[in-house]
Write a protein that binds this ligand. Structure first.
Ligand SMILES: [Zn+2]
Length: 136
C-alpha cells in the first residue's frame, strides 16, 4: 500500500470577539480571531498537527496580533457562552497590548497627534448625538 506523506495548511476565521480602536486604520473596529494550523498527512488523512496558532486580525485593515495560547484559551472559554469579550478584563488587557504595540514605533509628537484626533472625533460624535436628540 502506498502511503503518501504531505502537509496541509489551513487558515480560518473563528469569529469577531472584541471591538476596539485600531491605531493603524484609525477607527474603532471589530477584531477577529483567526486560527492557523498545519498538519502532516498520510495519504490525505490529517494525522499530526504541528502548527496551531491563533491571531487577532483588525477587520478594517490587515493588522495582525499573535495571541498566546493562554490568551486564546481564555477567549475561547468566554466565547462559549457570550457574543464577545467586550467589557471584560481580558478585552481591556488585549486592547492595551494592541495599543502598546501599535504605538511602539511612533514618536511622542505622533502619539499626541493621534490622541488629539481621537478626542476630536469623540467630540464630533457627541455633538452629532446631541443634535439628533434635539431634532427628535
Ligand atoms: Zn486596523
Amino acid at each position: 500500500m502506498w502511503v503518501i506523506f504531505g502537509r496541509e495548511k489551513e487558515e480560518k476565521p473563528l469569529g469577531e470577539v472584541v471591538t476596539g480602536y485600531c491605531y493603524d486604520c484609525r477607527r474603532s473596529t471589530n477584531w477577529i480571531v483567526w486560527n492557523e494550523s498545519e498538519w502532516v498527512t498520510f495519504s490525505d488523512i490529517r494525522t499530526l498537527r504541528f502548527v496551531n496558532k491563533n491571531r487577532l486580525h483588525c477587520e478594517s485593515c490587515t493588522l495582525v496580533f499573535e495571541l498566546s495560547r493562554r490568551e486564546f484559551r481564555k477567549i475561547n472559554r468566554h466565547m462559549k457562552c457570550h457574543d464577545s469579550i467586550d467589557g471584560t478584563r481580558l478585552a481591556k488587557k488585549l486592547m492595551s497590548r494592541i495599543e502598546k504595540e501599535q504605538l511602539a514605533g511612533k514618536t511622542p509628537e505622533q502619539i499626541k497627534y493621534i490622541r488629539k484626533s481621537m478626542a476630536a472625533i469623540k467630540d464630533y460624535e457627541e455633538t452629532m448625538r446631541l443634535q439628533e436628540d434635539r431634532d427628535a
